[in-house]
Design a protein. Structure first.
Length: 375
């Protein structure tokens, strides 16, 4: 799974949020005209092509939720607000929350090192140095030495264990843990395996029982081998004027679920966010901690730390925090953004490479015009 460039849309958001609207707020919620949103997304996601779904939520009220385009080009299935998409790396927030829940139960600690869970490390000193907290924050220094190009057939079906194993066989680290940022998908394959070892069940079941269920995410699911042929959207990329499918069976590492295996809809991800806010499966203090940037005493990267427990975090000069995560896998491209101080959440799920950066900017501008992001 490739890391989507989160900082371009986030930077745009932060710049826009600093532009104060001079219109006085009334303290009351007016009936919003969402026709501008509908028109924009209808134009940008044609009805006869792969498209996406958009949701905007203020507090626990959904302002806008609609789908555009086709979920399955062969069956001509239309996308709506309940269509399931692979959400890519947004899945990492579910894995991280599961780790934090198990820590709260006293079953593990983010200070645990890899030697405790993976005795097969070739270089034992690496296993001793790298801790769970480094995996969650992409600061482990572990090498991603999977040979996905030379052995692509193997990686079409390789699950978490197979995607994690090559990392355990590296002789060296790229850098000392906790000193630099380097995005790592195998790190989350390892976290999924740790959840399984500690909980005594498949990690997919642990998340389903302990996160999906209390969040009322009744249709969401997690990859465990081939994804369903029906009931979910398929992903596509355009090549030489033709749409080609690009998900399970076409995209190497797609079957590795810890880094990007969750399938959900915009409506159910909204339920997930509300469940987080209402502390249905993690406490207020754990949520706050997870959405706080983790400092590192020996940090040497040119970029300052910007990650909590999986969440990407930034802040405007006047203190307005933005928390979120992006997702990119095969033809799927997604963005999940919250502005906690304004009780705003918006979610973009696409089954082809639409202009998610532009969508993010457009939604932000629209929210400002309607005084939902008034500072």
């Amino acid at each position: 799974m490739r890391k989507f460039n989160f900082f371009l849309p986030l930077t745009m958001i932060l710049l826009i949020l600093n532009c104060k609207d001079t219109k006085e707020t009334t303290g009351q919620t007016d009936i919003l005209d969402t026709s501008q949103l509908d028109s924009y997304f209808s134009i940008n996601m044609p009805a006869d092509e792969p498209g996406g779904a958009i949701l905007i939520m203020k507090g626990d009220s959904i302002i806008f939720s609609k789908g555009y385009g086709l979920a399955d080009l062969e069956l001509k299935t239309k996308i709506d607000e309940n269509t399931l998409f692979n959400i890519g790396s947004i899945s990492k927030t579910f894995v991280s929350n599961a780790i934090l829940m198990l820590q709260a139960e006293g079953k593990l600690s983010v200070e645990d090192n890899m030697a405790k869970y993976f005795p097969n490390f070739k270089n034992k000193s690496i296993a001793d140095k790298v801790k769970i907290k480094h995996l969650i924050t992409h600061t482990s220094g572990l090498q991603d030495n999977r040979e996905t190009k030379t052995d692509s057939i193997f990686y079409l079906t390789a699950k978490d264990e197979e995607n994690w194993y090559p990392t355990t066989q590296a002789e060296d680290l790229n850098f000392e843990p906790g000193t630099h940022y380097e995005y790592s998908n195998p790190a989350y394959n390892a976290l999924a395996l740790i959840i399984e070892e500690v909980s005594g069940m498949k990690w997919q079941k642990y998340v389903a029982d302990n996160i999906f269920k209390p969040s009322d995410m009744t249709t969401s699911t997690i990859t465990d081998g081939p994804h369903p042929e029906t009931g979910v959207s398929h992903a596509y990329l355009k090549s030489n004027g033709d749409w080609i499918e690009k998900d399970y069976g076409e995209e190497p590492t797609f079957a590795a679920a810890g880094n990007g295996g969750v399938w959900s809809s915009v409506n159910e991800l909204a339920k997930y966010e509300l469940a987080l806010q209402k502390h249905k499966f993690i406490s207020d203090s754990i949520l706050e901690d997870s959405r706080t940037i983790k400092p590192w005493p020996d940090w040497q990267d040119d970029t300052a730390p910007f990650i909590g427990w999986s969440w990407f975090i930034d802040k405007t000069t006047d203190g307005l925090k933005t928390v979120g995560h992006t997702g990119s896998q095969g033809g799927f491209l997604c963005n999940y953004v919250t502005v906690p101080q304004k009780d705003i959440t918006f979610i973009i799920l696409c089954n082809t490479r639409r202009d998610v950066d532009g969508f993010t900017e457009f939604i932000t501008e629209w929210l400002i015009k309607n005084n939902w992001l008034h500072i």
